[in-house]
Design a protein around this ligand. Sequence first.
Ligand SMILES: O=C(O)CCC(=O)C(=O)O
Length: 411
Amino acid sequence: MRIEQEIKQKFRRLARGMDAVAGEDASARLNEILGESNINWQAINDVLEAELSQSFFEHRHFKKTSSKRQLFDFMHSELVCRILGEAFPKQRFSGSGILEPLENPEADNARVHLAQQGFLILPQRLQESACEQIVHSLKDIEFRVKASGEIVDGYDAARVEQIDGNTCWVVDQQRILQIPQVQQLASDPTLLNLIQDYLGCVPIHDQANCWWTINHQTSQRTMTSDAQLFHQDKDFIRFVKVFVYLNDVTDKNGPHTYISGSARDYDQHVPVGYSISQRLDDKHLRHQYAIDRFVTFQGKQGTIIIEDTSGFHKGTPVQSGHRLMLQLEYCCSLYFNQGLCFSYDGLTPEYLEFAKHHPRTFMNYDNERYLRYIEQKRKQLGGANLIKRNVRRFGKYLARWSANAGLRKSA
Ligand SMILES: O=C(O)CCC(=O)C(=O)O
């Protein structure tokens, strides 16, 4: 069977929840989409196959698909989203949210800005009280220092000096999701409608993290591991992150930086032999992009940024103080899934009700899968911490030994 036929068949099976007329219309639009030139049929077929079999929930999915991530250039990810948008009909998100709704023409301007530039600073901020309640909850949530692997018991501004690295992430993202204000934001209709319009299909919630960024080391190694050199994320075929500053962010405490529009044209600006997880230095990108495309986001507590981080972005190393940043992520499909998922445990009745009405948005929530995932993650972190501790000990031993050897030589 020709691959186009296979794609059409799979599409019909995926779209079978639609009524007959809507199904016919969707199939006609699929034909139009597939009529476009330069299509990577195999990539589209693979995604539809994974959507049908839900193989992205299998342990080996990520490994099996990782070599294909380079294939998804912007044109193809947009195309896949259009197909998914036809197969799983979009539904306007409604209800009263935590954010002030956007009225036209502001809403239209926001959509156009996000579509063209790949980022948007929302005109409204998350209220101070909500930010403070989130910050308060972080005090009881474990963080992990990215560079050293050490576990920090909870967020504590007074302990910044003791942390051995530049960036901490939460160990268990479920704990962030359990904060009621985070759930209110993750289900906010204004936010979700903007994201749905950007992706072109129903958004799937896939991350809830927090970046605690500290002033410490500016070695190339730490800046690489801590996302403080320009890079692209390729977590999924198409996805956006939502960043919320939980404290005021100035040029001193690590503002996030983005190259406007680079999600669309990055392929024209990368060096030969570039691979997607590679870090690029500022010098290279300054030769490639006009200065006015580098955007540094300073902002008050509650500032919300929606960003397509498949464009070039980085955190700026902190000079003084620290930065706390909440991060949500939404994707078009769980293809490329690495296993992170959520459970329904500890979520508010309002959020659970919302989830019931939006099954695709919440398809990455599963109590049993979550337990397996977190168990495995704890095992991995335990092993990784042990290795890192031993490497550090050996490093210290080596430093002492060479200092002594130096002394002996000069004596
Ligand atoms: O602002 C930052 O610290 C960097 C964030 C980042 O690189 C990411 O979310 O992928």
